[in-house]
Design a protein around this ligand. Structure first.
Ligand code: ATP
Ligand code: MG
Length: 315
C-alpha cells in the first residue's frame, strides 16, 4: 500500500531559471490523524511564492507533459488505477482544473463523472452504489467531479435529504460517524486493490466566490454558468465550512489523505493539483511491461518477414 510522504516533504523545486521556490505538502495536505482548522491552517490565497500565472505556467506545462507520459505507462502496465476526486464550494474551479490539468492526456485512458443530485434509481440503492459503477478500470484515470463525500456534506447541511434515502431507522443512528468509517474502509479497500485515491478540496474564500458569481452575472459569455441555486447554497457557507472541516479530520487517512488546494488563484490551483498527481504517479514506479526473451525473438522474426514482405496470406 503506498505510504504518503510526511507533511514536510518538498514536492516542488526550481520553478524557473532565476527562482527556486518550494511547495511543501504541509501547506496543502490535511495530515492524517491530526486535527486541522480549515480557516486557521489553510490560506485560499497561498501561492507558494509564485508571483503570477506566467511564473506558474511553465511548471504547469511541464507537469502536463509528464502526466501524459506516466498515463501511457499506467495504461500499458495495467496494474493500478487512479481515482481523483474533486470537492469544493461552487465556482471554486473544479471544471477548469479538470480541463487544464488533464489537457495532455489520452482521452481513452481517462473517464470523468460528475455526480449530481441522486436519481430515483440511485436513491433506491446504498449511497456508494453509483460510485462503484464508475470506478476506473486498471490502467485508467477516473475523475469524480463531486463524489460520495456529498453524502457527508450537502446531505449533512440539508438533513432533510436523508429522508429521501429510505434508510432503515437503526442505520440512521450516528450516521455521520458511520459514513466516515464506511468511506475510510471503502477507500482502504480500493487502495489495497490497486486503485490509488487522490482527494482534492479546492479551498475558495468567501470573498473570491462572491467575485466569481458577480463576474458570471456581469459577463454575458459567463451567464450560462450562473445558477441561482449556487447563491442559495452560499447562504450556508459557514455550515459547509464546518462539515468540510469535520470531513477532513475524519477521512484524511494514510492511504487516502485530503489535499486542501488554495483556490483563490486558478493558475495556482491547477499547478498544485498537477504537482500532486505527477508526484503520486512518480512514486508508483510504473514500468512498461517487460517482454520475455522468447517474445523478443518472435518480434525480431516477424520484423524480418515484414521487411521482406514474405508474410503469407492466411489459408
Ligand atoms: P457546476 O456548478 O460547475 O456545473 P456542480 O458540481 O456544482 O458544477 P451542479 O449541477 O451545479 O454541478 O450541482 C450538482 C449538485 O448536486 C450540487 O449542489 C451537489 O451538492 C449535489 N449533489 C451531488 N451529490 C449529491 C448527493 N449524493 N446528494 C445530494 N445532492 C448531491
Ligand atoms: Mg453548481
Amino acid at each position: 500500500m503506498p505510504q504518503f510522504p510526511d507533511p514536510d516533504q518538498k514536492v516542488t523545486v526550481s520553478m524557473s531559471e532565476d527562482t527556486e521556490l518550494e511547495l511543501r505538502l504541509k501547506h496543502i495536505m490535511a495530515p492524517p490523524g491530526k486535527k486541522i482548522s480549515l480557516l486557521d491552517d489553510y490560506d485560499p490565497g497561498f501561492t507558494a511564492g509564485f508571483k503570477n500565472k506566467k511564473a506558474a505556467g511553465k511548471k504547469l506545462e511541464a507537469n502536463i507533459a509528464e502526466l501524459a507520459e506516466y498515463q501511457d505507462i499506467l495504461y500499458a502496465q495495467d496494474n493500478y488505477a487512479l481515482l481523483i476526486l474533486f470537492q469544493a464550494m461552487d465556482a471554486a474551479g473544479k471544471d477548469g482544473a479538470i480541463k487544464h490539468v488533464m489537457s495532455g492526456i489520452n482521452p481513452q485512458g481517462c473517464q470523468v463523472y460528475s455526480f449530481k443530485t441522486p436519481s430515483a434509481e440511485e436513491l433506491d440503492h446504498d449511497y456508494l452504489w453509483r460510485s462503484m459503477k464508475c470506478l476506473p478500470e486498471r490502467g485508467r484515470i477516473g475523475i469524480f467531479n463531486r463524489s460520495y463525500y456529498e453524502e457527508t456534506l450537502v446531505v449533512r447541511v440539508h438533513p432533510e435529504l436523508l429522508d429521501q434515502q429510505k434508510i432503515p431507522l437503526p442505520a440512521r443512528e450516528n450516521i455521520w460517524k458511520r459514513r466516515y468509517e464506511q468511506i475510510n474502509a471503502f477507500e482502504k479497500y480500493l487502495v489495497e486493490n490497486g486503485v490509488i485515491v487522490l482527494k482534492f478540496f479546492l479551498n475558495l474564500s468567501r470573498d473570491e466566490q462572491k467575485k466569481r458569481f458577480l463576474e458570471r452575472i456581469d459577463r454575458p459569455e459567463k451567464n450560462w454558468k450562473f445558477s441561482t441555486a449556487d447563491v442559495k447554497e452560499r447562504g450556508f457557507w459557514d455550515d459547509y465550512q464546518k462539515v468540510y472541516e469535520d470531513c477532513f479530520n475524519q477521512t484524511s487517512s494514510e492511504w487516502a489523505p485530503w489535499f486542501i488546494i488554495p483556490a483563490d488563484n486558478k493558475w495556482f490551483t491547477r499547478l498544485a493539483v498537477s504537482e500532486i498527481i505527477v508526484h503520486t504517479l512518480k512514486k508508483l514506479n510504473l514500468r512498461y511491461p517487460a517482454v520475455s526473451e522468447q517474445r523478443r525473438q518472435e518480434l525480431q522474426e516477424i520484423r524480418k518477414l515484414l521487411e521482406e514482405e514474405t508474410l503469407k496470406k492466411p489459408e
